[in-house]
Design a protein around this ligand. Structure first.
Ligand code: GSH
Length: 276
């Protein structure tokens, strides 16, 4: 399931912007390990798709997929303290961070550049990372409280009548993430404050920049990295990221959805224009 030909790429319509020069064909097919609903995976995929970098998509299962990913990292002569997805294997190297993957796409793909103002874009990515880490605390708590929804978080190889009987595995996986990323329910209030602060900064940033783009009046990775932070306010339409209805329920934050409806609308417009 590799999406490599987005239709928003039109060199002739954007004569004012720079393009990376390497044609996508010169890049050996890469492998991306990713999770469907994860905003970290989505920002890496968006950058790869924007730059028309072909890749094979491999679905990663939290916790269970970790030994294999460690092995892949080892084969690339890397032993990171923590392995996470997205992870891109390309030309004998492994890139274990969404920003590194986006920069790889920028160097090796085609289409106009997403990092023209690297400092500004990286600053937005730092904020995105803080927002997502906080939002993960909130959404994990919702998922742990929603037994019905836990079925939809099980990996696809658990099928049929077995699924409702295996929700303990989803809970086990959620607690595993709590330990791995060092959080628990005691951090909920601080997480909500951090997430809100980031969303308020996004609103301010768009106002300062004269929306719809955060940097230099054109699409950049700043827009992508901040748009995906809204995945934990209201997940984007299934046209772009297909998730189950119960998963959607746990990813949605009803209170923030009302407070930040303007940002959700901004994100939806951005997807319509640039993620086709
Ligand atoms: N800074 C990293 C963070 C990635 C991250 O936190 N990934 C999580 C997404 S929930 C993950 O891999 N979870 C599954 C696991 O840890 O096994 C990036 O930008 O790629």
């Amino acid at each position: 399931m590799s999406k490599t030909q987005p239709s928003d790429v039109d060199r002739t319509a954007r004569p004012d912007v720079e393009f990376t020069t390497a044609p996508a064909r010169s890049v050996r097919r890469a492998t991306l390990y990713a999770m469907t609903y994860s905003p970290w995976s989505e920002k890496a995929r968006w950058a790869l798709d924007h730059h028309r970098v072909p890749y094979e998509y491999k679905l990663y299962t939290p916790m269970l997929g970790e030994p294999l990913l460690r092995l892949r990292a080892l084969r690339s002569r890397t032993w990171p303290k923590r392995v996470t997805v997205p992870a891109l294997l390309a030309e004998g190297s492994i890139h274990l961070d969404s920003l590194q993957i986006a920069l790889y796409a920028e160097r090796n793909g085609s289409n106009f550049n997403l990092f023209r103002d690297t400092t500004a874009v990286t600053r937005w990515n730092d904020l995105s990372e803080r927002a997502l880490q906080a939002a993960r605390i909130l959404s994990t708590a919702r998922a742990l409280a929603d037994r019905e929804a836990q079925v939809e978080f099980l990996p696809p190889f658990i099928t049929g009548a077995l699924r409702p009987k295996m929700t303990w595995l989803a809970r086990f996986g959620a607690h595993y993430l709590e330990r791995k990323y060092r959080f628990d329910a005691s951090k909920l209030d601080a997480a909500r404050a951090t997430y809100r602060e980031a969303l308020l900064a996004l609103r301010q940033g768009l106002a300062d920049a004269g929306a719809p783009y955060l940097v230099a009046h054109r699409l950049s990775y700043a827009d992508m990295t901040m748009a995906v932070t809204l995945q934990f306010v209201v997940p984007v339409s299934d046209d772009f990221i297909r998730i189950g209805p119960l998963q959607r329920r746990t990813l949605t934050d009803p209170e923030l959805a009302v407070e930040f409806a303007d940002l959700v609308a901004w994100r939806d417009d951005l997807y319509q224009k640039h993620r086709r």
